[in-house]
Ligand binder design. Structure first.
Ligand code: PHE
Length: 340
């Protein structure tokens, strides 16, 4: 068959489809032309008998026939079903109420970050931000971390190139803020952190921290304790108690880790708190005077506290989530029940 003949056939089929008054007629046109035993397969079969020089044009015409006719049939079918719904189906009634999808929900990680920011805002803290890609100066040196500290190791930190890394903590934000602002400083810094952890139920190489920093004259451990306790009560409920244990961080002295009393058993011991009555939250301490000195602040008169916390950890405690990976999978079947 020649290309011109195919085009003529295409025009006829298109005209027929345009005139068709029902989906059944359209379907019969489709079967007749495009169907398995229809005209188009016939044309394709004949292609090998055509002169090689004519084949491209025949192919092109056949393809146009296929694409244009199919498109027209589809749009005509849609048009017809809009005008006259299939028998048995009620016509579309635009005055009916839509189906209810429910309000959107906050993800548990967003919830913890937003609540924490809100609670500390009441104590006069404002949000500060910093880059995920840091230099070793901000992530380690300025935070008084010695050159041989194990956290700088290839096995703990994602190094991008010498001197540049994915921040392992939100503490670099402390430095960035203190470089610019004058005390009193009260900031809360939520953000992503990265460590070379193998992912399992409680570890993720990419996680979130919230760090707080308060710098002024005569800030003491008492301020740290009272502010953390206020936060704990606001986030977990009024019954929660806070415990501080001695610890070490290069950039705070003294340093502590702090725990919340177990919200499940109230402190008497259960599976969630591994019978200890306490749940570890994170680290804190009084800003080491050496950090102030390095920044050119007077270490004699400047005082401050800093604390950090793992967002995933708090979300898991608060919502009773047993596997950290569930937080990143975006499965609404998991997320939905957490909204209540
Ligand atoms: N950045 C510390 C960590 O990642 C936590 C911390 C923050 C400790 C602030 C003290 C002060 O473990």
């Amino acid at each position: 068959m020649k290309a011109s003949e195919i085009r003529a056939m295409k025009d006829a089929a298109l005209a027929e489809a345009r005139a068709a008054g029902s989906a059944d007629v359209l379907e019969s046109i489709r079967v007749k032309v495009l169907g398995r035993k229809g005209l188009l397969p016939e044309i394709m079969k004949g292609l090998k008998d055509a002169a090689p020089s004519e084949r491209p044009e025949i192919g092109l015409a056949a393809n146009e026939l296929k694409v244009q006719l199919q498109a027209l049939i589809d749009s005509r079918k849609a048009e017809l079903s809009r005008a006259a719904p299939a028998a048995g189906k009620a016509p579309f009634d635009p005055s009916l109420p839509g189906s209810w999808r429910g309000p959107g929900l906050r993800h548990p990680l967003s919830y913890v970050i937003e609540e924490t920011v809100r609670i500390f805002a009441r104590l006069g803290f404002t949000v500060a931000d910093g880059p995920d890609i840091e230099t070793d100066y901000y992530n380690f040196d300025a935070l008084n971390t010695p050159p041989d500290h194990p956290s700088r190791d290839e096995s703990d930190t994602f190094w991008l190139e010498p001197g540049r890394l994915l921040r392992t903590q939100t503490s670099p934000v402390q430095i960035r803020v203190m470089e610019k602002a004058k005390p009193p400083i009260r900031i809360i810094a939520p953000g992503r952190c990265y460590r070379r952890d193998t992912t399992d139920a409680t570890h993720s190489a990419n996680f979130h921290q919230i760090e707080g920093l308060y710098v002024d004259r005569e800030v003491s451990m008492a301020d740290l304790k009272s502010d953390i306790s206020f936060f704990a009560g606001q986030l977990m409920g009024p019954g929660v108690r806070v415990r501080f244990r001695p610890h070490f961080f290069p950039f705070t002295e003294p340093s502590v880790e702090y725990d919340f009393s177990c919200h499940v058993c109230g402190g008497s011991g259960c599976r969630v708190c591994k019978q200890s009555g306490w749940i570890e939250i994170s680290g804190a301490g009084m800003v080491d005077p050496r950090v102030f000195s390095k920044l050119g602040m007077d270490p004699e008169t400047t005082t401050g506290y800093a604390f950090g916390m793992g967002v995933e950890r708090i979300a898991m405690i608060k919502f009773g989530i047993t596997d950290i990976r569930l937080l990143y999978e975006g499965d609404v079947r998991f997320l939905e029940p957490l909204s209540s």
